[in-house]
Design a protein around this ligand. Structure first.
Ligand code: IPD
Length: 299
């Protein structure tokens, strides 16, 4: 019910604040120790594991019958079910986090029937809290003093609905696009990323390159939120996982954006599809136009 979703949303915000404090507690470690998972760009720190354990225990204590899918405890082959499931990326952008680049976030979501219905993305280094509940809009709340637990009680916040009219986006060449590199350095995903990157920057269209420029911010969750707030026009990536995108997906859709698949023709990507194209423009035709233009250069 609506009340249940509101309660889940409130719980996930409180958990995100606690996770954010843990992330901030590492702020003064110059380089945060990280272990590699599959290769040198696929990392985990003690903070990822600690935050995920806290998220799992708090969500399971409040909702013992709900499922839980988290990046650090995920077992290959586990499938998302129709029943309510918490999806957790304790730190999205672990590589940034480990090097002190303040573009990383805790990303928490609830799915129902394999669709995101609550999304919370919190970057404690900027005090940016993005929140959404399905059919109830997306919001950005600025948290002014997130680092001290006593100040947390009387923090100053302001909340803005994510609905500014994005600037006109008549074609791809007016777009600022995020294209991430993921953590694979070989195989089909890698060749596709490099060739799309290359084509977007080098192919000519009217008056210059095919798009305004490309950014690789290092956090899929925040890329979704930046598209939702109109800072980016689009985000394209293949190879990410459900926990990287689930919360951001809910936020983007509630802000009026759409998610397609990164591969040509995929207008209805599933949460587990691992390839995504997020876009938001004033008009639906513009969103469709940008997706088709990028698919068009993929050959
Ligand atoms: C990563 C980030 C990155 C994306 C990778 C993800 P993690 O998440 O979202 O932007 O390119 O594919 O794995 O591992 O830092 O949670």
């Amino acid at each position: 019910t609506e009340t249940d979703l509101q309660n889940v949303h409130d719980l996930l915000i409180s958990i995100a604040m606690e996770g954010g404090k843990t992330m901030l507690s590492a702020e003064h470690e110059f380089l945060i120790a990280a272990s590699t998972k599959n290769n040198t760009s696929d990392l985990v720190t003690k903070y990822d594991s600690q935050i995920e354990a806290m998220v799992e225990s708090r969500t399971q204590a409040a909702y013992p019958h709900f499922g839980f899918l988290g990046e650090e405890t995920f077992k290959h082959g586990t499938k998302l079910l129709d029943t309510p499931t918490f999806v957790c990326d304790p730190i999205d952008g672990t590589l940034n986090f480990s090097k002190g680049v303040p573009n990383c976030a805790i990303s928490l979501a609830l799915t129902l029937n394999k669709k995101p219905v609550v999304g919370i993305v919190y970057n404690p280094f900027r005090g940016d809290l993005y929140t959404a509940i399905k059919n109830r809009g997306a919001f950005l709340t600025k948290i002014s003093s997130p680092s001290s637990s006593t100040e947390m009680q009387k923090e100053k916040k302001f909340k803005l609905p994510l609905h500014p009219i994005p600037p006109p986006m008549p074609s791809l060449n007016t777009c600022l696009i995020a294209l991430e590199w993921g953590n694979q350095r070989s195989g089909p995903n890698w060749s596709l990323r490099t060739s799309v990157h290359n084509t977007l920057l080098t192919a000519q269209s009217e008056g210059g390159a095919m798009c305004k420029s490309i950014r690789s911010n290092g956090s899929a969750a925040l890329d979704f939120c930046y598209v939702a707030q109109g800072s980016l026009d689009a985000y394209w990536e293949g190879g990410v996982w459900i926990w990287d995108v689930c919360a951001g997906w809910c936020i983007l859709e509630e802000a009026g954006g759409m998610v397609a698949g990164a591969n040509p023709g995929d207008w209805e990507p599933g949460l587990e599809g691992r390839t995504y194209f997020a876009v938001r423009a004033a008009k639906i035709e513009e969103q469709v136009g940008v997706v088709e233009a990028v698919w068009g250069i993929m050959g």
